[in-house]
Design a protein around this ligand. Sequence first.
Ligand code: TXA
Ligand code: MG
Length: 335
Amino acid sequence: MNQSEFQSHTTADALRDAAKKLAQGALVAFPTETVYGLGVDATNSAAVARMYAVKGRPADHPVIVHVSSVQMISHWAIDIPDYATALARKYWPGPMTLILKRSDLVGDFITGGQDSVGLRVPDHSVAIALLAAFESIGGKGVAAPSANRFGHLSPTTAAAVGQELSDFLDAEDVILDGGSCDVGVESTIIDCTGEFPRVLRPGAISVAMIADATDIAIESIYTNYIGGSDDGLNNAAADDIRVSGSLENHYAPDARVLLDVVPTVGQGFIALASIDTPPGVIRLGSPVNDEEFARILYSSMRNADDQGLTEIVVAQPVRGGIALAIRDRLKRAAH
Ligand code: TXA
Ligand code: MG
């Protein structure tokens, strides 16, 4: 498959065809508001196995199931706590994944054998249309990891998906082009199998937003990610839960990533627009705020790789909210 074969016009016909392909067991990469996903029918174990092979991902890592609406989660999850329902109502469709107790529909091949399942309703018109079309022909949900090779940067454009995966995809597979992703970093993952929500991966939905939707005190919401906590939060270990994105070396470009040092001649540099570029340094990104920082981060690092740069310096944003997600990913990229 090459880039000219991308389905660049996501017409209703193209989406219907892509939904049919999913039902036949093919892989369909699709845009979401966070990053591009590599979708397969979440009930088809052979298709899921091929998706894992294309990604080069170990089989014991669970994958998120994407559905078009909150109603669809009743197929996948049981014993949903009230706080999870409150989160779903408030932030779906949106950049949030809920880990819930799994139903009988859920195969071990999407959970890595765990008794929970990750669910998300993405906020992107192409994703929602694809999921709805798939559901209209009997599909129950689309399992989709980020559409990159295991350990690499997540793709935020269809071209980046092609760079990552076209060597591994077959002729029947599809890459849907929905432009560049608005958020740019992966969804917030919230474990909802305990008494209180527990943040396993920070993203655009912050701990403050979780507290707001659930009326649960911030101090009761556990976090176990690296990169620090925004509000003096607990840092509970979650050794029993496998989150591949929580591996220390992940989300990495080919170039070496250096954090918060002064860049020197020949190095790439990503920093807020208010920070100047020293002479001889190759400016890769100048976002004006933290949201834009998240949006351009992965494409700027890819750009460095495309230019053959060997080192990227990033001046990290310092605040809470999405800046926390940015620092979490950068810490891993720099590992
Ligand atoms: O924004 C996103 O979440 C993107 C888009 C495509 O939706 N998806 C994404 O998927 O980032 P992936 O597979 O690259 O990362 C999902 C993370 C993995 O680290 C996985 O281990 C974790 O979610 N996960 C999935 N199901 C889980 C479960 N039942 N328990 C714990 N972690 C789970
Ligand atoms: Mg990923």
